[in-house]
Design a protein around this ligand. Structure first.
Ligand code: SAM
Length: 291
């Protein structure tokens, strides 16, 4: 068996052999620390009966460790220059399928049907490209895929926002959107020295345990998302002002006031103080009132 990919020496050797130059615009910060990779794999909770979706395999550092632990790995890579590199570095592992695609354009549900017919659970595990962290996470959550968990290396600041509680300055629309679908936990913070090149921001490993059903019941999911996004459009404004200016317009102000009263939410509160349950009650009251 060849040496692990995720060491500084082997990574350097692979990049030189394929004359590969890293592209900053694609968020290419590769992991060169085996210890961190083992932490990510452990945090993900995958078993030898499970299937794993990886986003952005790079030169295969994490893919290799996932293939050693899981039954089947499918990895989406956008950069065509990396496809021959991955064919080379991952050739010892028959349980890996590389798909050359932008993950945001891929039909993941179809890939799951094709590749994971005989696995027990399906997990996403990735060291995400930081320029596109939030769109990738939200599209995975909103697609209602049959996922058990998502474990990702992301910017520490985004991990803090996703797992934030009401009343904190990190709490916002992203916290609510993610926590609606999943239980979020920051597993470990990671120094920049484990990457090449080193990113300018701090990193953290976030784990999302997907809920069997969303955290709250709402009459209309799309409307619920519109309501809480409107409430955070201007963080310094009250709920009432945000809803009037960003959701329905001044002429419906009295209906908003009635809905706030019905949901038991004081109109002068700010979005960052409302729990998921309060946003759900407010969303349903507005949905009924504005019908
Ligand atoms: N997994 C490798 C590692 O840990 O060393 C590389 C991680 S690197 C942070 C992000 C990877 O995602 C790069 O290989 C990059 O080319 C790829 N990538 C960037 N945007 C992507 C997208 N929209 N879809 C799929 N892959 C993408």
């Amino acid at each position: 068996m060849s040496k692990d990919i995720a060491t500084p020496a082997r990574t350097k050797e692979i990049l030189a052999k394929h004359q590969f130059h890293l592209k900053k615009s694609l968020g290419q910060n590769f992991l060169i620390d085996l210890n961190i990779l083992h932490h990510i794999v452990d945090a993900s909770g995958i078993s030898e009966r499970d299937g794993v979706i990886e986003i952005g395999p790079g030169i295969g550092a994490l893919t290799e460790q996932l293939a050693k632990k899981a039954k089947q790995v499918v990895a989406f890579e956008i950069d065509d220059r990396l496809i021959p590199v991955l064919e080379d570095t991952l050739s010892p592992y028959p349980n890996i399928r590389i798909i050359h695609s932008d993950v945001l354009k891929a039909d993941i549900a179809e890939v799951i049907k094709q590749s994971f017919s005989d696995v027990e659970k399906i997990h996403v595990v990735a060291n995400l490209p930081y320029y596109v962290t939030t769109p990738i996470l939200m599209s995975l959550l909103e697609a209602h895929l049959p996922l058990e968990s998502i474990t990702v290396m992301i910017q520490a600041e985004v991990a803090d926002r996703i797992s934030a509680n009401p009343g904190t300055k990190e709490y916002g629309a992203l916290s609510i959107a993610a926590q609606y679908y999943a239980e979020a936990k920051t597993m470990l913070t990671v120094p920049a020295t484990v990457f090449v090149p080193q990113p300018r921001v701090d990193s953290a490993v976030l784990r999302l345990q997907i809920r069997e059903k969303p955290a709250v019941d709402v009459m209309d999911e799309k409307w619920f998302f519109e309501v809480f996004h409107a409430c955070f459009a201007n963080r310094r404004k009250t709920i009432l002002n945000n809803l009037v200016h960003n959701l329905v317009g001044k002429e419906k102000k009295s209906l908003i006031e009635e809905s706030l009263a019905q949901a038991g939410v004081d109109p002068i509160r700010r979005g960052e103080t409302l729990s998921l349950e309060e946003f759900a009650a407010l969303s349903d009251a507005l949905y009924t009132a504005l019908g």
